[in-house]
Design a protein around this ligand. Structure first.
Ligand code: DGL
Length: 264
C-alpha cells in the first residue's frame, strides 16, 4: 500500500488541479479535501486563511499523506513553506507564474484571482522573479467562485460578470491570462469567449504535475507501488449539490468515496 498525495482547496476548485494530477500520475492515489464548511477562503483575511490552511495540512498529515498540494491560490498566498511536518508541500503560484512566462510573447500578462490572492501580490512577485521584464495587470474577481460552485460555467450571467471583470484588464493588450484561482478553470469557456482566442489562458496543473513527477523520480516523494491509483474526496460540509458537482468535475475518474469529515 502506498501513501496518498493530499490535495486541498476551499471547495470544488482544487478538483481542476486534481484531475490534471490524476491524469499525469495515474499510479498515484489522492485524498482531496474541500473545506466547504468555510468556503470561500478568498474573501477572508490573510491570518484566517493561514489558520485554516494550517488546520487542513495538519489533518492531511494525520491521514498519512506523503505530499501536500495546496490546490488553492488564496491558501498558497499565505503558505510559503516547502515542507510541513517534514512532508513536501507544493503550491499553485510558482507553477502558474512559470507557465505564464513561457506562454507570453509580448511580455504583458494578466492575473485573475480572489481578493486575497490579488491583494497579496504573490503572482506579481513570482512572475517578476522569473522574468523581470514582464508587466502584470491584476484583477480580483470575487463573484467567480460562487458562480463556479453553482455550476454556472457557461451561463449568460457568468458572461456578463466576466465581461465586467475582464474589460479593464483587456485594455492593457495582454496576450496571456493566469487563472489565478483554481475555481476559474470551471468557467474557462466563458472567460476564453470574452477574452478572444488570441489570449492564452494559463492554469497551474500541468507544470505542477511535472514538478511532482520530477520529485517522485528523484525520490523526494516515494513512488506508488500500485498499478493504478484511487481518489478519495473529503469535505467539511457535504451537500447533495456539492457531491454531484464533484462527481461531474471528476467524471473521467473513479472516486472510491466522498465523505464528510471534521477537522478538529
Ligand atoms: N479556489 C480557491 C483559490 O484558488 C479559492 C476559492 C475561495 O475563495 O474559497 O483561490
Amino acid at each position: 500500500m502506498s501513501a496518498p498525495i493530499g490535495v486541498f482547496d476551499s471547495g470544488v476548485g482544487g478538483l481542476t488541479v486534481l484531475r490534471t494530477l490524476a491524469k499525469k500520475l495515474p499510479k498515484e492515489s489522492f485524498i482531496y479535501l474541500g473545506d466547504t464548511a468555510r468556503l470561500p477562503y478568498g474573501t477572508k483575511s490573510p491570518a484566517t486563511i493561514r489558520a485554516y490552511s494550517e488546520q487542513v495540512m495538519n489533518y492531511l498529515v494525520k491521514l498519512g499523506v506523503k505530499a501536500i498540494v495546496i490546490a488553492c491560490n488564496s491558501a498558497s498566498s499565505q503558505v510559503f513553506e516547502t515542507e510541513w511536518r517534514a512532508i513536501p508541500v507544493y503550491n499553485v503560484i510558482e507553477p502558474g507564474a512559470r507557465a505564464a512566462v513561457v506562454a507570453t510573447k509580448n511580455k504583458r500578462v494578466g492575473v485573475l484571482g480572489t481578493r486575497a490572492t490579488i491583494e497579496s501580490g504573490v503572482y506579481t512577485r513570482a512572475v517578476r522573479s522569473i522574468d523581470s521584464v514582464v508587466s502584470i495587470f491584476s484583477q480580483a474577481c470575487p463573484l467567480f467562485v460562487p458562480l463556479a460552485e453553482e455550476g454556472w460555467s457557461e451561463d449568460p450571467i457568468t458572461k456578463v460578470v466576466a465581461e465586467r471583470y475582464l474589460q479593464p484588464i483587456l485594455q492593457h493588450d495582454i496576450d496571456t491570462l493566469i487563472l489565478g484561482c483554481t475555481h476559474y478553470p470551471l468557467l474557462k469557456a466563458t472567460i476564453q469567449n470574452v477574452c478572444g482566442k488570441a489570449v492564452v489562458l494559463v492554469e497551474s496543473g500541468e507544470v505542477l504535475a511535472r514538478a511532482l513527477l520530477k520529485d517522485i523520480q528523484s525520490g523526494r516523494i516515494t513512488k506508488s507501488a500500485a498499478d493504478h491509483g484511487s481518489i478519495r474526496v473529503l469535505k467539511t460540509d457535504l451537500s447533495a449539490h456539492a457531491e454531484a458537482l464533484s462527481r461531474a468535475i471528476l467524471a473521467d475518474f473513479q472516486i472510491s468515496a466522498i465523505e464528510k469529515v471534521d477537522l478538529v
